[in-house]
Write a protein that binds this ligand. Structure first.
Ligand SMILES: [Zn+2]
Length: 334
């Protein structure tokens, strides 16, 4: 099914000019190198070997209709496989399952949803049907079929609603974290950290020294702040670089696996945004004028980052947050 309406809000700018030119160059190369049917459609993601059985699956936004829509990954342990996120379509998730099957016949024992956003959870069912247990922070389960509706706006179609209504929910949830074992001595650390949605999990694999960040980290890419608490988010990013200083960081969006300096660069973007909005507010700017004042500043400093279309909404959402007017997803009563 087409999800373009949903995408319009959740990750509006799928392809920036820089990314677009890379993608188009890739197409041109493909067209010139091979004329066979095998080259007709790009795969939804490309795999990056992170060592010790850990793999990142990086979104290839040129792939349609089997949309990945976000980055994901998996870790192959001595006894089992753990998958991090399941993309924006079952078709892309199925292709990740096939890619895993090309490497190992070990069972996919766990799927971890880093947060509830539809571009990270839509393929859950593919892995659940193959026997995996889906895990996530407590808030992901109640938000997955409710909060995801907002990305379609008021013109949501019955088909889109049905799609969200049928998302496969986490089987196991936790408040602060868990350890998921994929071997006697290999435990994947699932750790709740606030910022992007209020229900975010990072997954740390010590053997490969990799942190799968979900959307807590966007690598040189402006982020979706619709559910963000940027103060907590900045603190989370400080903890990440403090606790995992030499790790490889897999972003939720962005073409490259990063290191601590890339995470710091993203933290600095959030700090920059908060300071610029705060300054404009202190100068007496109305919300409309905050956008006018801050957008050129963001453009000057971050104009080359991907997904620049998130700059405007990000400024407005940060303005609401700093005025204490922002509506965040409600946490269920315990
Ligand atoms: Zn997200």
């Amino acid at each position: 099914m087409s999800t373009s309406l949903g995408l319009g809000s959740i990750r509006t700018p799928r392809v920036t000019s820089v990314k677009n030119s890379i993608v188009l160059a890739g197409y041109a190369m493909c067209a010139s190198l091979c004329l066979s049917a095998a080259c007709q459609s790009p795969t939804p993601f490309s795999l990056r070997d992170l060592g010790s059985g850990a793999w990142a699956a990086i979104d290839n936004s040129a792939a349609k209709p089997d949309l990945a829509g976000s980055n994901a990954g998996f870790v192959i342990g001595p006894e089992a496989v753990l998958v991090v996120d399941t993309f924006e379509s079952s078709a892309a998730a199925q292709k990740m399952l096939e890619a895993i099957r090309e490497k190992t016949n070990l069972p996919v024992r766990y799927v971890v949803n880093t947060h509830y956003h539809l571009d990270h959870v839509a393929g859950n069912e593919v892995f659940a049907k193959s026997g995996a247990t889906v895990m996530a922070q407590d808030n992901v389960r109640p938000w997955m079929r409710t909060e995801n509706l907002k990305f379609f706006g008021e013109k949501i179609t019955p088909k889109q609603r049905e799609w969200v209504d049928n998302f496969y929910l986490p089987d196991v949830t936790y408040a602060q974290g868990a350890t998921a074992y994929i071997g006697i001595n290999r435990g994947e650390v699932l750790r709740f950290m606030p910022g992007h949605t209020g229900g975010d999990t990072i997954i740390y694999d010590a053997q490969a020294n990799v942190v799968f960040c979900g959307d807590l980290f966007w690598n040189h890419t402006l982020s979706n702040l619709i559910d963000a608490s940027t103060k907590e988010w900045v603190e989370t990013l400080n903890v990440l670089v403090h606790d995992y200083p030499s790790a490889k960081f897999v972003p939720g969006h962005g073409e490259k696996v990063g290191d601590a300096s890339d995470v710091r660069a993203f933290r600095d973007y959030l700090v920059f945004l908060r300071q610029a909005v705060s300054r404009a507010q202190a100068d007496g700017a109305s919300s409309a004028n905050v956008l006018k004042v801050v957008l050129p500043q963001v453009s000057e400093s971050y104009g080359k980052w991907a997904f620049f279309d998130f700059a405007g909404p990000g400024i407005q959402q940060t303005d609401e947050e700093l005025r204490h007017l922002k509506k965040l997803p409600q946490q269920p009563l315990k």
